[in-house]
Design a protein around this ligand. Structure first.
Ligand code: PMP
Length: 387
């Protein structure tokens, strides 16, 4: 023991190891990280501007351009979670007093509205019930009425389990002189989206969902017309970030912040897996596995929260909370008995659903069989009241 005269001694809990258990991560994220990606992240630390780091960042950029299907020069990974990309997207495209239109079909539209409000923007929303999406005609009416600078849409609404149709919206936005901003944190790589072809001006995702990289980096891309303002945030200023990622015309990269290099190694490896797999194969697998899961759930007598089959998000499934049960007991039982994470609802679906994520390497029929078995066992053993 170390003799010390300091008033606060070293905490005893830190003087022993803390082994982290293995767990099957079938909630809405983070998902499991393959050994290959974990190993990449365990490599030696290099400087955030060393040539090898810059080469890795350039490869990440190419990987994001592939994953997003974009040729945008300004394509990079924000150092931070999905929320950092969300703020990066909104801060760099909107100024105080600007008008933004937000499609709200779950918690992510609500959060985007709050971020835009804090910035002093004029926020209008088109709202639809949880489990649905906003029809094209309603979007067009709202664009005509509110004349926004930016239209925000969540591609994969992880709170409700809906994949929002994208086709046609980009053209509408551009017809109305508005930027099209899409959150695909929960869907990208698992549900089709093609940034350039679909006229998306700003698109972002997270590392910890379909990409199966550790949480903490967030791929993002901006079209040339989307890069428009000097944001309130120094850390999220796209001018600085674009320079750090070599996306501008400047001959050299300058120090802006210390990039999380270990997280970049992991992200590079996860994009490498996606490149090997192929986007179309990944989309196809997620769809097939999700359909196999949905059939299994219905065969068990469980109900899916999203009625429209085509609107079911292949990465995150929402199951109507089984009547008579306490959903917390079910998720707790599955964690304790099977060491599998599944989660309850969030925002507008809180208390109403169970959410199961099958993302990236976790999207397999073997995992579906495991989670179906766990659910069936939970329904047998958890307390059921008379309804
Ligand atoms: N958008 C969507 C659709 C999400 O599912 C999430 C994460 N659940 C986020 C944004 C925020 O990402 P993060 O938790 O990494 O900040």
């Amino acid at each position: 023991s170390i003799m010390s005269s300091l008033p606060i001694p070293p905490p005893g809990c830190l003087l022993q190891a803390f082994p982290v258990p293995q767990r099957l991560m079938l909630g809405p994220g983070p998902s499991n990280v393959p050994d290959r990606v974990l190993a990449a992240g365990a490599q030696p630390i290099l400087g955030h501007l060393h040539p090898e780091t810059i080469e890795i960042m350039n490869q990440i950029k190419s990987g994001i351009q592939y994953a997003f299907q974009t040729r945008n020069r300004v394509t990079l990974a924000v150092s931070g979670p999905g929320h950092a990309a969300m703020e990066c997207a909104i801060f760099n495209s909107l100024e105080p007093g600007d008008s933004i239109l937000i499609a709200v079909n779950g918690i992510w539209g609500e959060r985007a509205a709050e971020i835009a409000e804090r910035l002093g923007a004029i926020v209008n929303t088109v709202v639809c019930p949880a489990g649905g999406y906003v029809p094209l005609e309603e979007i067009e009416q709202a664009l005509t009425k509110h004349k926004p600078v930016v239209f925000f849409l969540t591609h994969g609404e992880s709170s409700t389990g809906v994949v929002h149709p994208i086709d046609g919206i980009g053209d509408l936005c551009h017809k109305h002189g508005c930027l099209f901003l899409v959150d695909s944190v929960a869907a990208l790589g698992g549900a089709p989206i093609c940034m350039d072809q679909q006229g998306i001006d700003i698109l972002y995702t997270g590392s910890q969902k379909v990409l199966n990289a550790p949480p903490g980096t967030a791929p993002i891309s901006f079209s040339e017309r989307a890069w428009r303002t000097k944001p309130i945030s120094y850390f999220l200023d796209l001018k600085w970030l674009a320079n750090y990622w070599g996306c501008d015309d400047k001959p050299a990269r300058a120090y802006h912040h210390t990039g999380p290099v270990s997280a970049f190694y992991g992200l590079r490896e996860s994009l490498s897996i996606l490149a090997e797999t192929g986007l179309e194969n990944s989309w196809k697998r997620h769809k097939e596995v999700a359909e196999y899961f949905h059939k299994g759930l219905e065969d068990m007598g469980l109900k899916l929260f999203v009625q429209d089959k085509n609107a079911r998000l292949p990465t995150v499934t929402t199951i109507v909370a089984p009547p008579g049960y306490d959903w917390r007991e079910i998720t707790g039982y599955i964690m304790k008995t099977f060491n599998i994470e599944v989660s309850g609802g969030l925002g507008p679906s809180a208390g109403m659903v169970l959410r199961v994520g099958l993302m990236g390497c976790n999207s397999s029929k073997a995992n579906v069989d495991k989670v179906l078995e766990a659910l069936a066992d939970a329904l047998k053993h958890c307390h059921k009241s008379k309804v």
